[in-house]
Design a protein around this ligand. Structure first.
Ligand code: PGD
Length: 789
């Protein structure tokens, strides 16, 4: 029996992949105290039939040439040779760039791709477009934290300082008396960190804190957002109403004389303006506990009792990403900071505000003193941008003006979009609208490892290798282990890595040297490693050379205990360490934001009624949160993800009382619908879900019964069919995919079989298979670490 092993890494953990004959087993990294079950998703995917095996071109595009086409998403594909695919893509990029310049090319290419830092697909796209055509229209911010990342610099400082360098878990375990988390601290979220996460420590820290007596309070529509280890309390709030609750907490603190007036006067601007708003001096509406109770579904007594629990305690306030992924998502973030300030906590050990604690494995960790460098992306010669979640608006409304962060910008006329490492038909909202938007393009080029819905909308599909099929280095600035990602399998079918694909295209565009700088992928890895090594040497830390690192598989990097440094330094000396805000203080009133004159994000935090509220036609909130069985949509066809579905369909959860009223029972297939479409999902009854709420995680691959329908039905359970495509506010234009409103009914017909993991129709597949002589498309050939390098 032959047994081989290779070290590897993913966004959800480091591991060694072990091959026994044809069986692949994943063994978690021995240093990980709490490995993620998501690792199991690798076990069956290498040679899954839904992998993209060869370059393919959409029939309509091949026959009619580039141009808007409503059939994108419903067409068949033609397998072509690499030579033909390169020629078609290079010629089309040249045509578009010659006619419209880089302004006609969208290279935002949002997406998490995989953990390796060199083959980071988005960076590869950017570098390719910068070096070949001089730039591209880019996207800014993220789907994760679109609203927070824009508002935080105005009111306190860069998001990285408040989240990644927020108060650390270690400090919390040692000092904190109350952890008040809006949106909870679910381990399904902190099990993931871009670039890799070799040690999952959140569960242990929560256990440690709880054992010392820390009180965890989770405000969320879902009880499961707080792990059992925290032994905490659940305040079951109505979705999207946290801003009202926090205003009432502030009002109670102020009315009872519990607000820390000396902290507010010394370290903040504008408290008096907010107090006037709380007291109704602006508009006659008092924002006290009774007012908030009617909005957020938590009684006035509970709100007042919560304020009392916080008063005088070493408290940390956290606001999860999910809260700001909703209408007016800036407000709960701002108010969370103000609540921490009103309690006088920012800058104290284990106290204050730590944005998004627990929302990703990066947060609450310490930083490496030196980290693995990113692939240089070159210079983008144009300055055209959109907020990332405005992709459909951009394609549907070229030439129109839009607001963003104090600027009045214009949507460009995009002809070609190039996507690698992302799945917009997973991450974007209102997928029927997104399809209409993509149909406006002349050409969509996608690199994918598998036939996601995004690949099925592309005109040219390049088959990309999976991370397990190539060399890379896994690392994150908050992970002290750098991992040599050694390949364990030959590329599936004809797949190539993104770097090879772009190098070949750059050659055809006469820019190979500019793109590659004469280096192979392995030489880039050694080059980037050497840069890191030199920086470590500068601080007198010696690490082995690249070859030794590659052989040993893991390298431990020195870290610095920098958690909470921005607010700690500010508290210690506000004159010499002012915050990077216009006033140098925490801005409870922001003259700059007021000067933007946005009614949906004024100069102080407010409660604004959302457009989407339950009504007779749509009596339920739908919570489309992060899945527990995969990262976003990645490896949805993986063993663990599939094991959590029922009859191949995604599972939604609802309260038994709601289900009973609707005649719905455990395990029933239900149709969840609104004016944008419908989805089928399998019901799990749970008292951990607030009444009036249906929870359906994101990430089930979009599988429309009729892809061209105005109101499509997804038979697999993708909630983004239902979510509304509108920005958080004129300030950030962030994604609002977390919450929408829906109706639910039992699906009494025979539910259509899920086809998400069956590839589209491909002509010429057999011919290509024949050419692949010896490289089977259905059973992957494994390689040993000896010939891995
Ligand atoms: P992923 O599923 O991670 O989703 O959106 P994102 O697009 O990042 O997509 C990554 C894709 O990259 C996968 O299809 C994978 O196969 C591919 N891939 C992996 N490795 C490689 C590679 O090496 N090369 C190439 N070419 N491809 C590769 C995530 C986004 O969704 C995010 S970050 C958030 S936080 C949002 N969350 C929500 C939400 O809470 N609610 C809703 N309704 N919607 C959301 N959308 C957002």
């Amino acid at each position: 029996m032959s047994v081989t092993r290779a070290m590897h890494s993913s966004h959800w953990g480091a591991f060694s992949a072990r091959r026994e004959n044809d069986r692949l087993t994943i063994v978690p990294f021995s240093g990980d105290p709490d490995p993620s079950p998501l690792l199991q998703n690798f076990e069956n995917v290498l040679s899954h039939p839904v992998r993209v095996a060869m370059p393919c071109v959409r029939r309509g595009w091949l026959e009619n040439g580039p141009g808007p086409d409503a059939r994108r998403g419903a067409d068949e594909y033609i397998a072509v040779s690499w030579e033909d695919a390169y020629a078609l893509a290079a010629k089309e990029l040249k045509r578009v760039a010659d006619e419209g310049g880089p302004e006609a090319v969208f290279g935002g290419s949002y997406g998490w791709s995989s953990a390796g830092r060199f083959h980071h697909a988005q960076s590869q796209v950017h570098r390719f477009l910068n070096t070949t055509i001089g730039g591209y229209v880019r996207s800014v911010n993220s789907y994760s934290s679109g609203a927070a990342s824009v508002i935080l610099p105005h009111i306190v400082g860069d998001m990285n300082e408040i989240a990644r360098r927020g108060v650390s878990w270690k400090e919390i375990a040692q000092h904190t008396e109350v952890v008040l988390s809006f949106g909870g601290l679910a381990l399904k979220n902190s099990q993931v960190a871009s670039g890799g996460l070799s040690e999952h420590t959140e569960r242990g820290f929560m256990q440690q804190a709880a054992a010392r007596g820390t009180r965890f309070i989770s405000v969320s529509p879902l009880q499961s957002d707080l792990p059992e280890e925290a032994q905490g309390e659940w305040l079951a709030i109505c979705p999207g109403t946290d801003a009202a609750l926090i205003l009432a907490l502030l009002s109670t603190l102020y009315q009872r004389g519990w607000s820390d007036e000396s902290f507010l006067a010394r370290y903040c601007t504008g408290w008096e303006t907010l107090v006037a708003y709380l007291n109704g001096e602006e508009d006659g509406q008092v924002r006290d506990a009774a007012w908030a109770a009617a909005i957020c579904g938590i009684t006035a007594e509970k709100i007042e009792a919560l304020a009392e629990q916080l008063h005088g305690k070493r408290t940390i306030i956290s606001v999860a990403h999910s809260l700001q992924r909703a209408e007016h998502g800036e407000q709960p973030v701002w108010l969370g900071l103000v609540l921490a300030a009103a309690l006088g906590q920012p800058g104290l050990p284990g106290g204050g505000f730590s944005y998004a604690l627990g929302a990703l494995g990066h947060y609450g960790k310490h930083h490496n003193r030196v980290s693995f460098p990113a692939l240089p992306q070159g210079k983008n010669g144009i300055d055209r941008l959109i907020p990332v979640a405005s992709i459909a608006d951009m394609l549907l409304h070229p030439g129109e003006k839009f607001h963003y962060n104090g600027r009045h910008l214009t949507y460009p006329h995009i002809k070609l979009a190039w996507w690698a490492g992302g799945n917009p038909f997973h991450h974007h909202q209102d997928l029927a609208r997104l399809r209409r938007a993509f149909s406006k393009l002349d050409t969509l080029i996608v690199h994918e490892v598998a036939w996601t819905a995004t690949a099925r909308h592309a005109d040219i599909v390049f088959p990309a290798t999976m991370t397990l099929e190539r060399e890379d280095v896994g690392g994150a600035p908050t992970d002290r282990h750098l991992i040599a990602m050694q390949p364990v399998a030959q590329p599936y079918g004809e797949a190539k890595d993104d770097y090879t694909i772009f190098s070949e295209l750059a050659r055809r565009l006469g820019k190979e040297q500019a793109f590659t700088e004469g280096r192979s992928a392995r030489q880039w890895l050694a080059h980037l490693y050497q840069q890191m090594r030199a920086k470590l040497q500068d601080i007198a830390v010696n690490v082995p050379d690249f070859d030794t690192f590659w052989q040993q598989g893991v390298l431990e990097l020195p870290q610095t205990e920098d958690g909470g440094r921005l607010l700690r330094n500010f508290r210690a000396d506000p004159q010499h360490s002012p915050l990077p805000t216009p006033s140098g203080k925490i801005e409870i009133y922001s003259a700059r934001l007021a000067g933007f004159h946005y009614a949906d994000c004024p100069g102080h935090p407010v409660w604004l009624e959302p457009v989407q509220k339950p009504d007779d036609a749509h009596p339920f909130w739908l919570l489309a949160n992060q899945p527990a069985s995969r990262l976003h949509s990645q490896l949805d066809f993986g063993r663990y993800s599939v094991s959590q579905k029922r009859e191949g369909r995604e599972v939604c959860r609802m309260h038994p009382d709601d289900a009973q009223q609707k005649g719905i029972g455990e395990g029933d297939v239900v149709e969840i619908f609104n004016q944008r479409g419908s989805v089928l999902a399998c019901v799990q009854l749970s008292r951990q879900v607030r009444t009036g709420v249906v929870q359906l995680p994101t990430g089930a691959w979009y599988d429309p019964v009729d892809p061209l329908a105005d109101k499509p039905q997804c038979r697999h359970g993708n909630p983004n069919v239902l979510t509304r495509d509108a920005g958080t506010s004129s300030l950030s234009q962030g994604c609002t995919g977390q919450i929408t409103v829906v109706q639910v009914r039992r699906y009494d017909r025979v539910a259509p079989a899920v086809r998400a993991f069956t590839p589209p129709r491909i002509s010429g597949l057999k011919e290509v298979q024949a050419q692949c002589s010896g490289r089977s498309l259905s059973s992957n050939s494994f390689i040993s670490p000896d010939n891995a390098s």
